[in-house]
Design a protein around this ligand. Sequence first.
Ligand SMILES: Nc1ncnc2c1ncn2[C@@H]1O[C@H](COP(=O)(O)OP(=O)(O)O)[C@@H](O)[C@H]1O
Ligand SMILES: [Mg+2]
Length: 328
Amino acid sequence: MTENINKDLLLKIQGLKTHFFTKRGVVKAVDGIDFSIRKGEIVGLVGESGSGKSITSLSIMRLVPKPAGEIVEGKILLDNENLLEKSAEEMRQIRGNRISMILQDPMVSLNQILRVEYQIGEVFRFHKKTNGSLREKCINVLKNVKVPSPELRIRDYPFQFSGGMCQRVVIGMGIANSPELLIADEPTTALDVTIQSQILQLMKRVQQETGAAILMITHDLATVAQICSRVMVMYAGRIVEKAPVHTFYKTPAHPYSTGLIKSVPVLGKKIGRLFSIEGQPPSLLNPPAGCCFASRCNMAKEICHSEYPPEITLDENANHRVSCWLHA
Ligand SMILES: Nc1ncnc2c1ncn2[C@@H]1O[C@H](COP(=O)(O)OP(=O)(O)O)[C@@H](O)[C@H]1O
Ligand SMILES: [Mg+2]
């Protein structure tokens, strides 16, 4: 059993801490997180703005903003190899090849003054995968992500594409070298609501066809419900709950998770006023002792304000874990 789990394991993060050393003090953007992703699964990382989601993904890519940002502790194991021990050159080979990243705004990901064909071609040229006709390969990239008339469109510039079509191009480039892991950081946030759902469906299909695992970063629980099989909730630089998606919606264990679920409007249900969690997330500069959510939690006990809770396993088989004193 254990062996099987290990064989399926793709990414394992252990005790990761990424801090920013600023003039005002140390910002603990990621402050001791652990999680794993199995081959081919879609895992959601959800949390309010500023909770450390993007810095988590940049840490995995070893692209933490310098000079202030630094990974200070932990391990990032990709297929059992610690990425934190790789050289800069080895990381360049891993990025865009074994791990790809898709960002929020496709208009920023693409260079507006270079033809799409040239930019897609770069992905192959950089990783020296240029056997066969490069033009054919570029057309195939667009075909894979269902851009209409790919033979004509590769001649176009990004500004001639709509936002949704641009994001398709970016996703196509992301999967061009068959990565094992795709990190998507709020990939639909910059798009119109109607397009968002199409892009999510595309990502789901991409996962099924390529077998890549996806780490889907979002502040939106609807996105999680639509395509993820597991979810991890991040709050103030820590992961406070991990669960299969159906378990998470049925029996959320952390008061913050409960609050997040309650604040999502339910289709077809008349609601007077949408629930929202009162208060603000704490500053990651000098965060309070104890659980960072305690000051906003109506179930907080004394210990919650003084000591950070251990991670409690609620269901080993389902991998449902929570860091909260209510369950300790
Ligand atoms: N370059 C930086 N310098 C200092 N602090 C930063 C920097 N980048 C991010 N942070 C801080 O790290 C925390 C987490 O940021 P981020 O990962 O971008 O949040 P999220 O993606 O969840 O919205 C925030 O408090 C943010 O202020
Ligand atoms: Mg972010």
